[in-house]
Write a protein that binds this ligand. Sequence first.
Ligand SMILES: Cc1cc2nc3c(=O)[nH]c(=O)nc-3n(C[C@H](O)[C@H](O)[C@H](O)COP(=O)(O)OP(=O)(O)OC[C@H]3O[C@@H](n4cnc5c(N)ncnc54)[C@H](O)[C@@H]3O)c2cc1C
Length: 497
Amino acid sequence: MPSTVDCYNDAALEMQRLIKEALDNNHGFRAYGSRWSMSSIAHNKDRMHYNAYMNLSFPILPQDMHSNTGYNSTNLYFFQCGNTVKEISQVFEKNGKSLKVSGASNGQTIAGCISTGVHGSALNEGSVQDHVVGINLIIGPNPEDIVYLERHTKPALNNAFAHKFNARVIRNDGLFNAALVSLGSFGFIHGVVVEGEDLYLLKRYVRKIDKNVALKLSETMDFKNTDFKIEGETDVNGKGNTPYHYKVFINPYIDDGKYVVELMYKKPYQSSYPDPFTTIDKSLYRDVIHLLIQISRKFPKSIPWFIKKLQKQILPDVNEESLGTLYETFWDAPYKGPAFACSFGVDVKDCARTLEVLVDLTKKEGPIPGIYAMRFIKKSEATLSFAKFSTTCMIEIDGVLWKKSKKLIGLEEFSKRMIEVLQQNNIPFTIHWGKNSSWDFPDLVACMYGDKAKEWKSYRSALLSKEMQTLFSNDFLEHIGLSENESDIPEDLIVSL
Ligand SMILES: Cc1cc2nc3c(=O)[nH]c(=O)nc-3n(C[C@H](O)[C@H](O)[C@H](O)COP(=O)(O)OP(=O)(O)OC[C@H]3O[C@@H](n4cnc5c(N)ncnc54)[C@H](O)[C@@H]3O)c2cc1C
């Protein structure tokens, strides 16, 4: 049997062969994972590579660590790109560890997650990419085109480890941060080093509370000075503890003065606790799309009829609790049918105003078969992360796909209107790279990222040859204006520091 490292290196050679073949045929080349993205970011008309079977993993040993590292080797694992969040959680759990954060379910691949910036609602933990500390890229068909990137200010592994994969090492914060949320366009991500932590449990509560209290918590994240308290989740002075996770669910068509909120608090791991699946499996409030589908199941399949019901349906009352690991809590996606999901990132201080503007639009120019949720993410260091505010509120509208008709606005038009009303109200925003939007909207990336877009393109142009920039581009990148080569690049931009 070849060793795991040999298998990994064989795969790298095969990827280089495929890249060469695409290059020789003047074709584009795009890798994809679980294809859960709803934008066309995971598409190329010429050649696509399905990575889900590239799921090798390696533990990191003390002798693999960089001499100046601040990381603990037992928390680090090297994962090949096609490992799903579920597979990663299983590897971590076998070793008494856990991911620090995931999305609401577990089917995405690690490379897909970081390429689009997948997030949950862990207030102080950031997004999935924020826990990646090393990236192994294949940026062309030649031997020097296998590179291993780290931040120079936070080195993790030593050069000897990277040399096992025949990789050239570049430690450079700017390059690393640009390659982290790469939109699939910084070369083929072959493997990444992920930092986890000791296994923990999440105590989850779902409650229906006064909507103004829910919004105040969203805007301020001040869980101490609020009247809303959960028994047992307070400090010695009786003040509320800050949860690990906070999420708000909103039906735009009903105002009963209340919102459903989901909160989770981190607890030390213990081996015996009640089976969480009896609650998690039955819970409506696992994901917005799940909630919507569960509501829609009660009604005939006609969208107009369903929307009418949505206009009468108050979000079900709930008083739910469960205890489980992150792996058990953010479990398999229960729905795999046609769906849409739009998701805007705004500064938390703007979240109530943004919600009002978007709900107003939905009522006036809709209806559409979707409901809203708000999740919260700490700022990411990735150059093009949509979590760009100190704390970003992701306002999401998810629902079942519908057909435009005389009475129903189309998704494309509605997406465009959402951008327009945010701009008219001077609300700075970003958009989730893997979700539906009017991606052709003029100057969209410039309005969202300003100079950061040029910075990202400069690092991409410094790392990839012109030919490889074209090969790893696609229609999505071209439409949003991020595919062009930047020519005016400082010579030392991507030197290893
Ligand atoms: C049911 C469902 C639930 C979701 N829940 C969440 C959620 O909770 N939070 C959230 O943030 N998002 C969520 N999303 C959106 C989705 O998770 C993201 O869009 C994510 O990127 C999908 O991962 P994937 O493995 O399917 O990647 P894909 O969609 O296959 O690809 C995404 C991008 O990664 C690139 N890529 C993939 N592999 C490689 C590689 N090896 N090298 C270079 N580029 C690569 C692709 O080219 C593409 O640009 C959800 C989507 C669905 C359908």
